[in-house]
Write a protein that binds this ligand. Structure first.
Ligand SMILES: Cc1cc2nc3c(=O)[nH]c(=O)nc-3n(C[C@H](O)[C@H](O)[C@H](O)COP(=O)(O)OP(=O)(O)OC[C@H]3O[C@@H](n4cnc5c(N)ncnc54)[C@H](O)[C@@H]3O)c2cc1C
Length: 353
């Protein structure tokens, strides 16, 4: 948000058709009686003395961009909006499962620096720029000098292994990324495994009526994140493939450090790096689908059943891959912005706004 303000502050202030409201919390979405059209948004601001000021916001079309979970919550608070006849709203919630330290590999000789740094050298990085006009600069040049590393905001200094499409099809497994974090000596690496969760209707976002937030008095979210046997199988097979690959490339010892016994329900969630964790990427629960029978938004991010409501964010992802989601979110947002600029978001005849 800060960068957004720095870059676009002047343009937003002077734009005749833009009003920016700070400290405006969306409380619910109000639709027409047939629920096919958004009439207005009901918002609230926390003012001095903890006074709550409520106000409506009206527009021709509306884009909800409140992150991977909150958008679903507000739709549920607004009466399960979005063609929820099929009970899809909130279902298919996904997070990238993560084993920070899944295994370790030892090598007879130090792995060459170029191999260890391969992933890092292929990345496009964001480097601080020189002035206010240019706070960050893209940089894709190889980076091998440790002295330069500290200057970069985003980098991965480890080798990485991902499966080929053929391996995934043959193994019938999800996609994964194994990052090798080498010791300084280069002869031992810890394996960080991050993978694709299979879409699962039982993994879901719902409301928790027994807990309300203290400011707006609305039920908070209950996130019931569920992994399946297929998800566990992907992790097990991914580590097998990584072991095979490393043993063919100089690894003399490979040791699994996490507990992969039992089914998905037996997975250990704990504080240890070897236990399973979530990868900070909330996706799904507002699934994009070609048909209204299969999801909530259409391929243009518009709600199937509401003619002037859109959602942008990872909640619309029907599948999750293993990779960080934000670039895809930005791509979807830019595509939707183009569409709306061309006028596709205008309310069709017969509806008032
Ligand atoms: C620790 C961490 C590390 C991450 N690292 C990466 C990474 O390296 N690469 C990557 O691609 N992704 C990463 N992610 C994921 C990334 O942050 C998200 O994918 C991204 O922020 C989603 O963008 P968004 O605009 O959809 O939602 P958000 O960034 O969550 O923005 C939603 C906004 O809506 C506002 N909001 C929420 N509810 C309301 C309401 N009711 N009314 C008004 N406003 C509301 C929120 O205050 C927020 O400003 C990381 C996430 C975490 C937590």
């Amino acid at each position: 948000m800060r960068q957004f303000q720095v870059h676009l502050g002047d343009a937003l202030r002077t734009a005749p058709n833009v009003t920016v409201l700070f400290n405006a919390h969306l409380v619910s979405v109000e639709t027409s009686a047939d629920r096919g059209h958004v009439r207005r948004l009901l918002c609230a601001s926390l003012c001095e003395g903890d006074h709550l000021r409520r106000f409506p916001v009206e527009a021709g079309c509306y884009v909800l961009a409140m992150g991977g979970i909150e958008t679903v919550r507000v739709l549920k608070l607004s009466g399960d909006l979005g063609n929820n006849r099929g009970d899809h709203l909130g279902r298919g919630f996904m997070v990238h499962p993560l084993l920070t330290t899944a295994a370790e590999a030892h090598f007879a000789a130090p792995v060459p620096l170029e191999v260890r740094s391969f992933f890092r050298d292929q990345q496009v990085r964001l480097r601080p720029g020189t002035g206010r006009e240019e706070p960050f600069v893209h940089d894709s040049a190889p980076l091998v000098s440790p002295a330069l590393m500290a200057k970069y905001h985003v980098f991965n200094a480890w080798g990485v292994l991902v499966p080929t499409a053929a391996a995934m099809a043959e193994e019938r497994m999800g996609n994964f990324r194994a990052i090798l974090r080498f010791d300084p000596a280069g002869d031992r690496a810890e394996i960080n495994l991050n993978w694709e969760q299979v879409p699962n209707e039982e993994s879901r976002i719902s409301l928790d009526p027994s807990h309300v937030d203290p400011v707006f008095g609305q039920p908070v979210v209950r996130a019931d994140w569920r992994l399946s046997e297929e998800d566990k199988r992907t992790a097990v097979r991914a580590l097998d493939l990584v072991r095979d690959h490393l043993e063919k490339n100089g690894s003399t010892r490979f040791r699994i450090l996490t507990d992969l016994s039992g089914g998905a329900a037996h997975w250990t969630f704990g504080k240890a790096d070897t236990a399973i964790a979530t990868g900070d990427h909330h996706m799904g629960a507002l699934r994009m689908s070609a048909s209204p029978d299969d999801g909530i938004v259409d391929p243009d991010c518009r709600f199937h059943a509401i003619d002037n409501l859109y959602a942008v964010g990872s909640a619309v992802f029907p599948t999750s891959g293993y990779a960080n989601p934000t670039l895809t979110i930005v791509a979807l947002a830019l595509r939707l912005a183009d569409r709306l600029r061309r006028g596709a978001g205008a309310a069709p005849p017969g509806h008032s706004s």
